[in-house]
Design a binder for this molecule. Structure first.
Ligand code: P6P
Length: 334
């Protein structure tokens, strides 16, 4: 049996990989891991605790304000970042504006974190996997001051780390610091994330495509051509691909990372800029995809090179196996 390597051990062992390895990023990654264990605990009992299933704003039987699980998750991560001392500010899907922490300790933090605390939370009530997505940048503003919007609006190429937590059949943490991708599975019996997927590589090709085909008639012609290609016998397998759409981005992405595949959320009439958010959904997963040998684009442009203009801006999103992505973009270019 191979040696058990915990996330903490792994981070410490590989700390020298970080250009400014003074332990702060290591501590920040551990803060994320601790917060995710709290969220995982709550997700696992979602069906049993009314405050989790109820919509925000209702009163539960004790007269307590109900909170949706994604608000609970948001607060867990913000608390971890604010108290950890490495982060001067955050931006989250659950908060209209960014948050600049006020304490002197936080103002001396060197990092900002942009995150979606619980993506796909509409799936909680039907017990489908959901996820947390995070993106870490070094601040631009001077240490010792409050975080600024400029700190948040950096292109994806500036990320120092990115990752996700998948609350699935097991809870997994997958992240990159620009030196490859590694996956850790939470062992609830010891409360530790253990290295289970070292040096993850996305298969260069695949036969799974993930897209909400209910949008197909609202998509551009090139994308319809690509989907027809996937469903035909013209592709390299000589057989139609399989459509696999969970409707939960982290779950769809993780499956494609392991098995090979493509995820597509294009611009459609109901979402002319696309549905997914650039800063805390597309950029972090794009970083992981590229580090694992895959690609992530708008269908035409590399996601990581987009210069953000707004915190919650959306983008069309194609990500997955290199050869599948190249074929999709070939169809779009015609
Ligand atoms: P649709 C969940 O709301 C989400 O942000 C992603 O997790 C998921 O892939 C997508 O939206 C599903 O959107 O329009 O297909 O229901």
């Amino acid at each position: 049996m191979s040696k058990l390597i915990t996330l903490n051990e792994f981070i410490q062992t590989n700390q020298a990989d970080f250009p400014f390895a003074t332990g702060e990023l290591s501590r920040l990654l551990n803060d994320i891991a601790v917060a995710s264990k709290i969220v995982s605990r709550d997700v696992r009992k979602a069906g049993l605790v009314d405050h989790i299933l109820g919509a925000q704003g209702n009163q539960n039987v004790q007269g307590e304000d109900q909170q949706k699980l994604d608000v609970v998750a948001d607060e867990a991560f913000i608390k971890a970042f604010e108290q950890g001392g490495e982060v001067c500010g955050i931006a989250s899907e659950e908060n209209d504006d960014f948050v600049a922490f006020k304490s002197e300790q936080a103002k001396n933090g060197k990092y900002v974190v942009l995150f979606d605390p619980l993506d796909g939370s509409s799936n909680i009530d039907v017990n489908v996997s959901i996820g947390t997505i995070f993106s870490i940048y070094r601040r631009i503003s001077p240490v010792g001051t409050e975080a600024t919007l400029e700190d948040m609006l950096q292109p994806g190429t500036a990320q120092v780390a990115a990752g996700y937590v998948l609350y699935g059949s097991s809870t997994m943490l997958v992240y990159t610091t620009g030196k490859g991708v590694n996956g850790f599975t939470l062992d609830p019996s010891i409360g530790e994330y253990c290295l289970s997927h070292p040096s993850m590589k996305m298969p260069e090709n695949g036969r799974l495509y993930a897209m909400n085909e209910g949008n197909i008639f609202e998509c551009e012609e090139g994308l319809r051509k690509y989907i027809n290609y996937c469903q035909s016998r013209e592709n390299q397998t000589g057989m139609p691909y399989s459509g696999r759409y969970i409707g939960s981005l982290v779950a769809d992405f993780h499956r494609n990372l392991i098995k090979g595949g493509i995820y597509i959320y294009p611009d459609v009439l109901s979402a002319p800029e696309g549905k997914l958010r650039l800063l805390y959904e597309c950029n972090p997963l794009a970083f992981i995809a590229e580090q694992a040998g895959g690609l992530a684009t708008t269908g035409r442009k590399r996601i990581l090179e987009i210069k953000p203009e707004r915190l919650h801006q959306r983008t069309p999103y194609y990500t997955g196996s290199k050869l599948m992505m190249e074929k999709a973009m070939e169809c779009l270019a015609k």
